[in-house]
Design a protein around this ligand. Structure first.
Ligand code: CDP
Length: 221
């Protein structure tokens, strides 16, 4: 595959690792558009549930994915706990992933570049991205962050249940055959367990700065 012309930053990692916040901040820092690809899978999961369909039926889920338009992504219902679970169930289907490929690659191909966050940015969607981060944190830390987020959204749920969700979703996302969640070989790992968001942003910026310097040096002319 030919490398992208713009500066693409691929940010992957498990649920509630902080990758979304970091992607948003990196986008602002470099003036690049940001795509939260988890939203695509959330939209497919919620869309299928609303239509009364079966999340485990690849064909039904693929049809919803094919009909998805970027302007459909702005729905607070996609941010709920249930939407995360539905997303991870439709995300195991290869045809769903294939249906969402062109939209993601198109976003990455913007002239200046882009920031994309998800599970398979560095491995499948943008394997030639000049900057790749894999953001992790312990399941307990991630569960606490997600629990606080859900509380703030008004979704009352026990911490233990959020931790169980996270463990189940990690196992499903990493264990599936289609584009399993894993760091690309050339991704830089960033464990944010012991970091504040400011410290994590600083660390991410340093990683991306180094990648940008290498990318600029390797460009023709
Ligand atoms: O915010 P959080 O990390 O909990 O989830 P998300 O990034 O919105 O993703 C929700 C689910 O969508 C994940 O658990 C994955 O199963 C799936 N997903 C995926 O398979 N590939 C992506 N590029 C993004 C999300």
């Amino acid at each position: 595959m030919t490398p992208p012309n713009g500066f693409v930053i691929a940010v992957d990692g498990p649920a509630a690792s902080g990758k979304g916040t970091l992607a948003t901040r990196l986008g602002a820092l470099y003036g690049l558009p940001v795509l939260d690809t988890g939203l695509l899978y959330r939209a497919v999961g919620v869309g299928l549930e609303r239509a009364g369909g079966d999340l485990d039926d690849a064909g039904q889920a693929e049809a919803v994915a094919r009909a998805l338009r970027p302007e459909d992504l702005d729905d607070p219902a996609f941010r709920t706990r249930g939407a995360g679970e539905a997303a991870s169930r439709v995300a195991v289907h290869g045809p769903v992933r294939a249906a969402l490929l062109a939209l993601q690659r198109g976003f990455a191909a913007q002239p200046a570049g882009a920031v994309l966050d998800g599970r398979d940015m560095g491995t499948v969607i943008c394997p030639a991205a000049p900057a790749k981060l894999y953001v992790t944190a312990s399941p307990e830390v991630r569960a606490e962050r997600r629990w606080k987020q859900l509380q703030a959204q008004g979704e009352a749920v026990a911490y233990e249940d959020v931790l169980a969700d996270i463990r189940r979703r990690d196992a499903r996302d990493a264990g599936r055959d289609a584009a399993p969640m894993k760091p690309a070989e050339d991704a830089v790992l960033l464990d944010t367990s012991e970091m504040t968001i400011e410290q994590a942003t600083d660390a991410a910026r340093r990683i991306v700065e180094a990648a940008r310097a290498r990318w600029e040096n390797s460009r023709p002319g």
